[in-house]
Write a protein that binds this ligand. Structure first.
Ligand code: CP
Length: 317
């Protein structure tokens, strides 16, 4: 079956998932993102004319701080016209379907859609529906995928660790409900990370998670031993049906990343979190704000990575 993200020439047509995304395309996006930066951790990002005359529509049916804002900044840095559809005051609240909304935005000459939706598959649905010259980027769909988050995470790892082939990476927390974790696992394994671990209680892991190519741990001391990178996850309470945990305090005691638990990792391990963070639930402030944390660099790098994704889709070099 043809990869729905690629056109007939094998080029990126839509960005929907890191699953099935070829390593050459991931590496091209990371390399291109680096050209928008000056190599520092808090870089200046210059404005370039690569999307001049194009219209990017941000349609977010779920809340967002980082993704929506950095997509807007990225599109503006590429000189695109940016429209942020306010879903709360749009006609979807009067019963208009998702595809009717999209058709109307296409009639306003949209060139690219950035879509966040609570339903897994929403971005795929739009990608199948729109004309071939229109591009769709999945900005998070249900618990399925969040590909630009995973790509900015890969950029951050490469920035600090230089290579993927010698790393031990641990993903900690609510893997079961996390689109970020799924996209990270596919990206890490595609880029050649030899050991990807997941650390969580049994109730927060998908069944058969080992089939994704990860090693499973339920104990932080063992799972964090000698890792180079720690990817923390938020407890996704909004997606939990029933009580999967005794309490937030109990969770923090066993799985919250404290300085003591961080000491099991390599001394130069980096700590990452996609945000929003719940301090005192999955991560202690001493770690979130500590010397191993690169959490705010992830956000800044996200602008460059999203610029790289949009300019790749638009055919810009
Ligand atoms: N990481 C992430 O998706 O954050 P937002 O929900 O703020 O976009």
């Amino acid at each position: 079956m043809r990869n729905p993200q690629l056109n007939q020439d094998g080029e990126l047509q839509h960005l929907l998932s890191t699953e099935g995304l070829p390593a050459r395309i991931m590496r091209d996006i990371l390399d291109k993102a680096a050209t928008f930066l000056d190599g520092s951790d808090q870089p200046e990002i210059r404005k370039v004319p690569l999307l001049h005359g194009k219209s990017v529509f941000n349609i977010f049916f779920e809340n967002s701080t980082r993704t929506r804002t950095t997509f807007e900044i990225a599109a503006k840095r590429l000189s695109a016209d940016v429209v942020n559809l306010n879903i709360g005051s749009s006609s979807t609240s009067k019963g208009e379907t998702l595809l009717d909304t999209v058709d109307n935005l296409c009639a306003m000459h949209a060139d690219m859609f950035v879509v966040r939706h609570s339903q897994s598959g929403a971005a795929h649905l739009i990608a199948r529906h729109v004309a071939p010259e229109i591009h769709v980027i999945n900005a998070g769909d249900g618990r399925h995928a969040h590909p630009t988050q995973a790509l900015l995470d890969m950029f951050t790892i490469r920035h600090y660790k230089k290579e993927f082939h010698n790393l031990r990476v641990a993903i900690v927390g609510d893997v079961l409900h996390s689109r970020v974790a799924r996209s990270q696992i596919h990206a890490l394994t595609t880029l050649g990370v030899p050991e990807v671990r997941v650390i969580a209680p049994k109730t927060l892991l998908p069944t058969m998670v080992e089939n994704l190519g990860v090693h499973v741990y339920h104990d932080m001391a063992k799972g964090l031993r000698d890792v180079d990178v720690i990817l923390m996850l938020r407890l996704q309470n909004e997606r939990m049906q029933g009580a999967l945990l005794p309490s937030a305090q109990e969770y923090f005691k066993h799985y919250g990343l404290t300085e003591e638990k961080l000491s099991y990792a390599k001394p130069d391990a980096i700590v990452m979190h996609p945000g929003p963070m719940n301090r005192g639930v999955e991560i202690d402030s001493a770690v979130a704000d500590g010397p191993n944390s690169v959490i705010l660099s992830q956000v800044t790098f996200g602008i460059a990575v999203r610029m790289a994704v949009m300019s790749t889709l638009a055919g810009g070099r």
